[in-house]
Design a protein around this ligand. Structure first.
Ligand code: ATP
Length: 435
């Protein structure tokens, strides 16, 4: 394939990026490996690394990780093509497109991409606004620094390869040696990025953030000097962020207020008595608005406690799934809710699993949130126990056209083919939806 250069988009530590057109007229970005001559001694190691990182990035296949199309590793210099971004997060921050009024979707997009990498045992190591690109559908992460780098020379390469501003986002433990990279070093960088939007004071590079805004504790928990004291996962970071950013209206009735109080006290104090109060409240024919307020306040650690009481948990889980299916919440709440739904699904019974899958499907398609749609799809792709399949079939028949249009939407929006799904499920889908 031949590529015609349209313009040079920029220069990074390892080479140049161009806007190009291929022989079929498709426009894309092309990145070449082109190290400065002064670094000739490490060129071969760096070249291998350049190619290897591109291959890793290509394998991931997630909407919040920039898609690599083709890698030309035997060319001199090697290069690869990728989707063409409209802008980068850095440019958007500099020109005011992205600011403290609209940063949340971008942060959730980064979290979704990062979580996928971490799931696959990869760390980014150089997460910063310049490495997050904007596309029509949202933001995606690029430019990994994945390879373990403790051999001679390569650490120097990394230091040289990183632009100066990197340090503003780099975790202290990896400034000297990238072998200390971990989930927590990416969490540190994400904390710094978030600080750019919500912080009310300057931060010292590679240091714990101390900030007096309402985000102060959260930023500190993301950037502790000791990585083991930071958030343990992207999911727990997301949970904590969500509890600050989601606005909960005042509950109206006295009983709702009592339940809300139990949910707002420190999670370690939430006990069986509180679980029971919550279950009583949900079964007492309360108005939907009030129920939504209470549901929005149930967090992951409450669910962990609720799951200890099987006689109450099934009912609470089902009420929760209903709340999620109806979708009366802002879209940016979806990613958090997805984790809570999957936590409830730990109950593991057939009815809970199938209702959970449908809750994810309907929430994901209603809000067009890929992160959630992909989670729903993942349950329907592999082996499905025959009883669960029967139950899913019943739900599909009951929901009929509602299910069919949601599932079609899912296939289209996450670019999936029905043939990739479990074969028995495909049969049911065809039987019900091709009528
Ligand atoms: N897929 C893409 N589409 C459009 N522009 C891109 C794409 N990838 C990179 N760019 C732009 O090209 C420029 C150079 O990017 P590159 O990733 O090589 O370096 P960098 O991120 O600036 O530095 P570093 O190598 O230190 O990470 C940046 O302005 C970036 O926004």
């Amino acid at each position: 394939m031949k590529y015609d250069k349209i313009e040079k988009l920029g220069q990074g530590g390892f080479g140049n990026v161009y806007h190009v057109k291929d022989e079929n007229g498709a426009e894309m970005a092309l990145k070449t490996f082109d190290l400065h001559p002064s670094m000739v001694s490490i060129t071969e190691i760096a070249k291998k690394r350049f190619i290897k990182e591109a291959i890793y990035q290509q394998q991931i296949g997630h909407p919040n990780i920039v898609e690599i199309y083709s890698i030309y590793q035997n060319e001199e210099p090697p290069f690869f093509t990728m989707e063409l971004a409209e802008s980068s997060m850095l440019k958007d921050m500099n020109d005011g497109t992205l600011d403290s009024s609209n940063y949340l979707k971008c942060i959730y997009d980064i979290m979704a991409g990062l979580e996928e990498m971490h799931k696959l045992g990869m760390y980014h190591r150089d997460l910063k606004p310049g490495n997050v690109l904007r596309f029509s559908y949202g933001y995606a992460i690029s430019d990994f620094g994945l390879i373990s780098l403790n051999k001679t020379g390569i650490t120097t390469l990394t230091k040289t390869g990183m632009s100066k501003t990197s340090d503003l986002y780099t975790a202290p433990e990896i400034t000297q040696d990238l072998k200390f990279a971990s989930i927590q070093s990416d969490i540190f960088s994400l904390g710094c990025i978030l600080h750019d939007f919500v912080g009310n004071s300057q931060r010292i590079p590679c240091n714990e953030i101390s900030d007096s805004s309402k985000f102060g504790n959260l930023l500190q928990s993301a950037t502790r000097m000791d990585p083991s004291r930071r958030f343990s996962s992207v999911a727990s970071f997301r949970e904590a962020l969500n509890s600050i950013t989601s606005t909960i209206e005042d509950a109206k009735t006295e009983v709702a207020e009592i339940v809300l109080e139990t949910l707002n006290k420190p999670s370690t104090d939430f006990d069986e008595n509180d679980v029971s109060k919550l279950s009583d409240f949900l079964s007492s024919g309360v108005v939907e608005d009030e129920k939504d307020i209470i549901m929005s306040s149930i967090k992951l650690n409450h669910i962990k406690e609720i799951l200890k009481y099987p006689h109450l948990s099934t009912y609470i889980a089902k009420s929760y799934f209903n709340f999620v299916r109806n979708g009366n919440f802002p879209w940016d709440f979806c990613d958090t809710l997805k984790n809570r739904v999957t936590e409830f699904m730990e109950i593991g019974t057939v009815d809970i699993l199938s209702e959970g899958i449908f809750a994810l499907l309907y929430m994901g398609t209603k809000h067009n949130r890929w992160y959630v749609q992909r989670a729903a799809a993942s349950y329907l792709k592999n082996d499905i126990d025959s009883t669960l399949l029967k139950r899913i079939e019943m739900e599909i028949i009951v929901d009929g056209s509602k299910f069919c249009s949601a599932f079609k939407h899912l296939l289209y929006s996450i670019d999936e083919k029905s043939k990739n799904f479990n074969s028995d499920f495909q049969e049911i889908y065809k039987k019900v939806c091709s009528k």
